[in-house]
Design a protein around this ligand. Structure first.
Ligand code: UGA
Length: 451
């Protein structure tokens, strides 16, 4: 095997920590750099700072064999041939646009600390999700500072819960390359070397210009968000007409051109990516003078936010018109199962709104309770489903954890005060719950229909 490439990964959050561990597993010599001392201390001990299946063994292995280090010391960037920028680009306060300050400070860190390589220019690989035009800006800034660097924009498409698999065996890789062909070739060759196992596996690799690479990422997330909001708008139609959105999704999903994935209606999308990415995309389109091209994303966003209103209204309706003093068992707080991430979580938002309307909310989650206890100390969080269900007037399943999907309706009924359930993710069998004596309500679903 070729000796590994010396790599730095700047930003060790979700994306960076997984990327660093996966690159060490590919045989490279990796240093992860982050400003958060607590996070770095955990990672340096081989312990993930978030829940992600399959990450811990890779971290432990890399740390143990010395191929993976984590530090807050930016001088550790010296000597690396490749610098990955993997910092966050959260929504800017009071605006739809992305906060780009971490990206620019990563670029300044490279300028201040990177050292020239005897093998040719250093290669700066952008992985963060950024507004179109950023890659060229990064290249210009490095050139202005006299750094001999080739910038490659290589967006990531990893899903939380599958991050290791999506990094090591993605369904495609995209390299955004500079217009200068010779320098572009250098960037391509170096990134190919870093991704040798991906290239060897024959995974499609697309070579494109910078703006295309940047747009691919936000276009993909916008399409996914649109698909979810489309099916949620159908759920509204189903509620109004007596149709069943799950059967509708199943039927249209058989058409290959539509496909069945991401057609799960419910309380909508959340997390650290889809909501802020569609908003940042709209903001950037406005700056480019083509805001009309993305007006539909405004609707995608509003359909999504309306799901939360609908869930709260439905809870109130089922509780007889008032939520004050009603004991609501909330099952699930994270934005999706197999994650401990509660960023922009529809479940947590709904739990908070119920609490705001006077409900006695008792919530639980297999992984998200620690984050919620910090973020929302006012919410009553318990550690088990049994505790949450005990004496409940209404149950709301808001994150589709397998433990909840497989709840036994007969047993659950013995725990609650009143057998009423809102299936916010449409993952329960309406007939099984209704037959067990529950008042079951899905999102755009009929429990009474025999078909
Ligand atoms: C998303 C994209 O799926 C990844 O491809 C992308 O790389 C990532 O953002 C990113 O930009 O980094 P992720 O945020 O992990 O990944 O979550 P998803 O699996 O996309 O789920 C997003 C939300 O949509 C969740 O709240 C989920 O419950 C909801 N969802 C998903 C639905 O409501 N219905 C569906 O049919 C599918």
């Amino acid at each position: 095997m070729l000796p590994g490439v010396k790599i730095s990964v700047i930003g060790c959050g979700y994306l960076g920590a997984v990327h660093a561990a996966c690159m060490a597993d590919f045989g490279h010599d990796v240093v992860g750099v982050d400003i958060d001392e607590a996070k770095v201390a955990k990672l340096a001990a081989g312990v993930p700072s978030f829940h992600e299946p399959g990450l811990e063994p890779l971290l432990r292995q890399g740390v143990a064999d010395g191929s993976l280090r984590f530090t807050t010391d930016k001088t550790a960037l010296a000597g690396a041939r490749v610098h990955f920028i993997a910092v966050g680009t959260p929504q800017r306060g009071g605006s739809y646009a992305a906060d780009m300050s971490y990206v620019w400070s990563a670029v300044e860190d490279i300028i201040a600390n990177a050292t020239p390589s005897s093998d040719g220019p250093i290669v700066v690989v952008g992985k963060s999700t950024v507004p179109v035009g950023t890659a060229q800006g990064v290249a210009d800034r490095l050139a202005e500072a006299g750094v001999d660097a080739v910038v490659v924009w290589n967006p990531e498409f990893l899903r939380e819960g599958y991050a290791v698999q999506d990094t090591q065996r993605p369904d495609r890789v995209v390299y955004g390359l500079p217009d200068d062909r010779d320098r572009g070739e250098i960037g391509r060759a170096v990134v190919d070397e870093v991704y040798a196992p991906i290239i060897a596996a024959g995974i499609p690799r697309l070579l494109v210009n910078y703006p295309t690479a940047e747009l691919v990422k936000v276009a993909a997330n916008s399409f996914l968000a649109t698909k979810i909001s489309f099916i949620n708008s159908m759920a509204e139609l189903c509620d109004a007409s007596g149709a069943d959105v799950s059967r509708l999704a199943e039927a249209i999903g058989h058409d290959d051109r539509i496909g069945s994935k991401f057609l799960q209606a419910g309380i909508g999308f959340g997390g650290g990516c889809l909501p802020k990415d569609i908003r940042a995309f709209m903001a950037r389109a406005g700056e480019l003078g083509v805001d009309q091209s993305l007006t539909f994303l405004r609707e995608v966003d509003s359909i999504n936010m309306r799901r939360r209103d609908h869930a709260v209204d439905l809870a109130s309706e089922m509780a007889g018109g008032r939520l004050v003093g009603v004991k609501v068992a909330v099952l699930g707080l994270t934005f999706k199962p197999d994650s401990d991430d509660v960023r922009d979580s529809p479940a947590l938002d709904i739990a908070g709104r119920l609490w705001g309307r006077g409900a006695n909310v008792v919530a639980t989650d297999p992984a998200g309770t620690e984050a919620v206890r910090l973020a929302r100390p006012d919410l009553h969080i318990v550690d088990s489903v049994q505790e949450a269900l005990s004496g409940a007037d209404l149950v709301m399943l808001l994150t589709a954890w397998q433990d909840y999907v497989h709840l036994d309706p007969a047993h659950a009924k013995t725990l609650v005060a009143t057998p009423r359930i809102i299936d916010g993710r449409n993952v329960l069998d309406p007939h099984a719950w209704t037959d067990a004596g529950w008042d079951y309500r899905g999102m755009g679903r009929r429990s009474s229909s025999i078909w």
